[in-house]
Design a protein around this ligand. Sequence first.
Ligand code: ATP
Ligand code: MG
Length: 404
Amino acid sequence: MADIQALEQRLEGISVQDENQDANAHGAAHKSKGSLSHAISLSNLGSQAAQNRMKLPLQKIPTNAQSKTLQATSQTTSTTTTITKITLPSQAAQHQQRHSAESRDSEAEPITLLLPADTKLLKPKNFHLGMFEIGKPLGKGKFGRVYLARDRSTGFVCALKVLHKSELQQNKVEKQVRREIEIQSNLAHPNVLRLYGHFHDTKRIFLILEFAGKGELYKHLRKAQKFPEPLAAQYIAQMASALKYLHKKHVMHRDIKPENILLGLHGELKISDFGWSVHAPNNRRNTMCGTLDYLPPEMFKQGPENWYTEAIDLWSLGVLTYEFLVGEAPFEDTMAMTQRRIVRGDMTVPAFVSADAKDLITKLLVLDPAKRLSLEEVESHPWILKHCVKGERGTHQKSLGDKR
Ligand code: ATP
Ligand code: MG
């Protein structure tokens, strides 16, 4: 239990007043404060995104006896942010809820209940801080904090990412954030973290994200050291399904690594962090980006040769498969050595890894991007087929996903 002061401190002074005003109404104030609002004019971001948001599947969170209190209670007056109870059902209750949802509608997404009547309550134009109850901090990123939040009127639980415009400006990442928003709000796949919408005030940008109940995959991997092969195979199948969806939409993620993967309440994988992703209608980009361990060899090439395609994500999928099974990335070394080893494809798969898994890894970690397995070939690879039940490939297998 935390008192209101502590919660307000955590929110770093979030207040509801300015979000509820028309951004244009205080344009002068923006300028005098050197605000970025004109530079990151988010109000006119893709009308397609708006349409997408209207089709949102909503998570209805019951507040019955089975619910587990996640965050402290506290109330203020109606003019400031009101912090009330944020509750989530116990996992068992969520699980039951999910099964009943599935039996009613086989098309339903794994952890969501479709409540079409409520979608109107999430009209993009209506997004403002006052509509959310803010709960515990979920984490801190490079440019902001993420909080558990709940839509007051629908009970819809989400994660609210708060970015400070001044920090984005100082670090010259406005474009990157804008791209992240544009791309992610147009994506809807069970293994891609949803961005439901965004809004801003003079100082901050708020991203309304799907809540990933089990947090970072990276933490689970560090705790487990390495994943058992069936679980790793299910994660890779979910990754392949998500990447297939992204590539079909001509989106390359370009920063696939365990730190950018979150887990839903039932252990289903959610790709997040689209800051480095790119919408590539011509399928070719040549910007240096990403994190060394997961970079493919083609990204170290200089000059006009430095072209690459979606095959970059296939290399990263190979690195991910290796890291899931071995507990460390295949080219992990000093910076200089990592680069040298990547361009030579210099890695060994330890003997404890099964022959099937080794076969998949070596067919993904191929220097020539054109010769890497395709995502379809990953999905039908013997290692995947062996561990993933048909029909659950691409989302998750309950028995294992729920055990952790
Ligand atoms: P950056 O995105 O700035 O490169 P980051 O990934 O560490 O860095 P965020 O994406 O802002 O930062 O998230 C910070 C942390 O908050 C994450 O590492 C994760 O633990 C938690 N988090 C972020 N989004 C969610 C979410 N949708 N559901 C649950 N937890 C989240
Ligand atoms: Mg992140």
